[in-house]
Design a protein around this ligand. Structure first.
Ligand code: ZN
Length: 185
């Protein structure tokens, strides 16, 4: 049985992202936060992190505010969502990604778990798009191969930075392997 908080977060996220589609493949947006939460759940993360996974893109991409998340799901969840939210979507891609690379580098381990699951699912989606439509997969994204490679490799370094081996979960090594394999082309 899912807890009431999980049910509530699933419905909250579904409503917030209603009608939105993923940039790369056009599938309903909600599939992404659900996949991220699923990864966090099977990696044995604390329920607050799983719930943050369900909600992680609501503040960045919908009308939902951090204050609302704090009221509905508590300060711990709101803090995690706040860490992975880009502060200003009007800034250039490079600028926003550099900010996120630095933020995640010095973030606490719970935020690194959230970010790792997010990046892992994004790269899995990109890999599937690539298998289906080859080089055209890049055209659907805001930046091409070289920039995506830079971002994935920098994020990989940030995720691992400062963590003890005991804190690393299997998904970190999965992401590492995927980045190395995918961008070795
Ligand atoms: Zn995301």
């Amino acid at each position: 049985m899912l807890s009431r908080q999980y049910q509530k977060a699933i419905e909250f996220a579904a409503k917030a992202h209603e009608g939105q589609k993923r940039k790369g493949d056009g599938v309903p947006y909600i599939s992404h936060p659900y996949a991220v939460a699923f990864i966090l759940y099977i990696q044995g993360c604390h329920p607050d992190i799983v719930i943050a996974g369900l909600l992680h893109d609501t503040v960045e991409d919908t009308v939902v505010t951090l204050a609302e998340i704090q009221t509905e799901f508590g300060a711990a969840v709101a803090e995690l969502v706040g860490i992975v939210t880009e502060p200003d979507k009007s800034l250039p891609w490079e600028h926003r990604k550099k900010y996120m690379i630095e933020t995640i580098k010095f973030a606490r381990v719970e935020a690194k778990y959230l970010s790792c699951a997010d990046k892992l699912h994004n790269l899995s989606s990109l890999q599937i798009n690539f298998e289906q439509c080859g080089e055209d997969a890049w055209k659907r994204l805001s930046r091409g191969y070289a920039e995506q490679k830079w971002y994935a490799e920098s994020m990989l370094d940030s995720l691992f930075y400062g963590l003890e081996e005991a804190e690393l979960k299997p998904m970190f090594y999965t992401y590492e392997r995927m980045v190395r394999d995918f961008f070795a082309r």
